[in-house]
Design a protein around this ligand. Structure first.
Ligand SMILES: NC(=O)CC(=O)C(=O)O
Length: 290
């Protein structure tokens, strides 16, 4: 499927210093989103777990129902008031069956909820002496690949943090649905961030010759989880368009129509795949927005 970004798109990544105080987090989000919109951003991304600490203990305490919870309403109103596409990082969600998920909600400039992604791959790692984290102790994984349209720009794919380590999601979104960008709210840490954060952003971009956006919380060495920071936007050639530091900040980038086609014309891997040698996973995999 051909990939289309039909118009220049200015994006903003809000590298929020999320705290344990949900009201404060929401009020900081509002300030930053208003600023990004007044600077011309048309699509604004928030980080993973922007309204709570990123911790297994915090997920049940901060979990909300969707769409009836406070944060869904807050994000919808903010998208409408600023007339932007708002990619709402992620929040802990309490599903109807009582199960907990790490969930990202996206809103149109009208305030309508246009996508809901539940983190598919739960972050369960154990690197002795460095970091142990087991989302699966309290969370349940999602079961779909999320793709949605943001008219007039085209389609984007959405996944959360650890999902980026599984290239199939991005490949299906790019090949089957023709997304021009993959967006990953994500909270890597001071162990895995230096190893793989930028590498994975650039890898998913170059695998699929699409834009890739990663939005992290700011680093806070006083909290239990030390988020990496360095929110980043990468172009289809894996060039870095913008990159934050460790602290709270907003970074911007402009995504260009035509750059995907130009990249693919030069290095035509999209037409050179050998499905006679290996299967096309995108052919049989379903995607949806909600
Ligand atoms: N926090 C995550 O989900 C993933 C992460 O930190 C990593 O993959 O590293």
């Amino acid at each position: 499927m051909s990939q289309a970004l039909s118009q220049r798109l200015k994006i903003a990544l809000i590298q929020l210093a999320a705290t344990a105080d949900k009201a404060r987090n929401l009020s900081r989000v509002k300030e930053h989103v208003l600023k990004a919109a007044s600077n011309g951003a048309q699509l604004v991304v928030l980080p993973e777990c922007f309204n709570s600490p990123y911790s297994v203990a915090a997920f049940p305490q901060y979990a909300e129902s969707i769409p009836s919870g406070e944060t869904t309403k807050f994000l919808s109103t903010l998208a409408r008031e600023t007339s932007i596409y708002l990619i709402g990082g992620s929040i802990p969600e309490r599903g109807d069956d009582g199960k907990l998920f790490n969930t990202s909600l996206s809103f149109a400039p009208s305030g309508d909820l246009i996508a809901k992604h539940r983190k598919v791959h739960l972050f369960d790692i154990d690197i002795p002496g460095k970091i142990r984290f087991k989302e699966s102790e309290v969370l349940t994984g999602g079961n779909k690949i999320t793709v949605f349209d943001i008219p007039p720009f085209g389609k984007v794919g959405l996944a959360i943090c650890y999902d980026i380590r599984f290239p199939e999601l991005a490949s299906v979104a790019a090949r089957k649905e023709g997304v021009f960008a993959m967006i990953y709210p994500g909270a890597f840490n001071t162990t895995t961030g230096p190893l793989h954060w930028e590498l994975l952003a650039r890898a998913r971009a170059v695998d699929n010759q699409i834009y890739v956006l990663l939005c992290s919380p700011a680093r806070d060495m006083t909290s239990d989880y030390h988020a990496y920071g360095y929110s980043i936007a990468v172009d289809p050639n894996a060039n870095i368009l913008t990159k934050a530091g460790e602290g709270e900040e907003i970074v911007y980038a402009e995504l260009e129509p035509g750059f995907i086609e130009q990249t693919r014309a030069g290095i035509p891997i999209t037409t050179q795949r050998r499905y006679d040698v290996y299967p096309d996973i995108s052919a049989s995999t379903k995607t949806s927005a909600v």
